[in-house]
Design a protein around this ligand. Structure first.
Ligand SMILES: Nc1ncnc2c1ncn2[C@@H]1O[C@H](COP(=O)(O)OP(=O)(O)OP(=O)(O)O)[C@@H](O)[C@H]1O
Ligand SMILES: [Mg+2]
Length: 281
């Protein structure tokens, strides 16, 4: 059920895509003129086509990790590489889905989704871009809403616009920071199913953050449990449940589900309690 970086093979679908080695990274706190270490000595490899989920207590450094992979932060020590090269700055190969949607309220759905093409060099005509935009809008089930504005949509629909925008340039790597965190349970389940389908069809690699253990098991090939701050990789748990997991039936009925859930819950609870007692001390 569990694995370490050195002995796990079953869910490694392709070559290493993102490799963090002994990575320590954090922030300069301007007011206090001091450094805050968010993650320390991180060793984590994400393979091509893999769906890697990060879980861990609030403030343990999950967002920091994907910010480093996105190229928004540089390691203080150690390294993080993409296709074998140190990550320097952002790239169209690595697209982010934010928890708060981050849509432009004055732009229609199609104009929001088309936005990434304004920032990358590409060979496409306006007509080709529109075709791609309409295709990805269809893929997330929003056809008919191309001309709507974000305020005319529900929260779940807005989140789907965010996913469509991240998918439209067909990035090799999708970085998703609690994309479904603010949604009701039913919408969340529907979107999880849509995301699984999209990712299975595209073969994309995903790094996905969640606070939900059920979501982690539903979506992840592997789940990295991060310890409380400064975060380290506490354990990597493999999920060997066949896909599609969410298209039909109840994944919770799978015989591996209960034991996996319990194991993850024990790890995460442990870390959350550890963080609390340290904060008080
Ligand atoms: N821009 C920033 N400047 C200074 N400190 C930051 C900044 N962003 C995050 N931190 C600090 O880094 C640590 C890790 O934050 P991070 O956002 O990566 O945690 P997280 O695991 O994503 O938490 P959550 O689950 O609450 O989103 C926290 O202690 C946080 O206060
Ligand atoms: Mg976060």
């Amino acid at each position: 059920m569990t694995s370490t970086e050195s002995n796990s093979t079953s869910s490694r679908v392709g070559a290493p895509l993102v490799v963090a080695e002994n990575m320590t990274v954090g922030y300069e706190l301007e007011q206090q003129r001091q450094l805050l270490t968010a993650l320390t000595d991180i060793n984590l490899t994400i393979h091509e086509g893999e769906f890697m989920v990060l879980v861990g207590p609030s403030g343990c450094g999950k967002t920091t990790f994907i910010n480093a992979v996105a190229g928004l932060l540089s390691p203080w020590e150690g390294s993080v590489t993409y296709e074998g090269k140190p990550i320097k700055g952002t790239s169209k190969d690595r697209a982010m889905v934010f928890q708060d949607y981050a849509l432009m309220p004055w732009r229609t759905v199609e104009k929001n989704v088309a936005m990434p093409f304004e920032f990358i060099a590409h060979p496409f005509s306006d007509k080709e871009i529109q075709e791609q935009v309409y295709q990805v809008i269809r893929n997330v089930g929003l056809d008919g809403f191309e001309k709507s504005f974000p305020h005319e949509l529900s929260g779940g629909m807005r989140q789907r616009v965010g996913i469509a925008r991240a998918m439209v340039t067909q990035p090799k790597l999708l970085l998703a920071d609690e994309p479904f965190g603010a949604l009701d349970a039913m919408t969340r389940e529907v979107l999880q199913g849509q995301l699984e389908k999209l990712v299975m069809e595209s073969g994309q690699t995903v790094i996905f953050i969640t606070h939900s253990i059920d979501e982690a098991i539903s979506l992840g090939d592997r789940i990295a449990v991060i310890s409380h701050r400064p975060g380290t990789v506490r354990e990597i748990v493999e999920v060997n449940i066949e896909r599609p997991r969410l298209a039909e039936g109840e994944i919770t009925q799978h015989p591996d589900y209960g034991p996996l859930r319990q194991h993850l819950w024990d790890l995460v609870k442990d870390e959350a309690l550890g963080a609390k007692s340290e904060d008080v001390a």
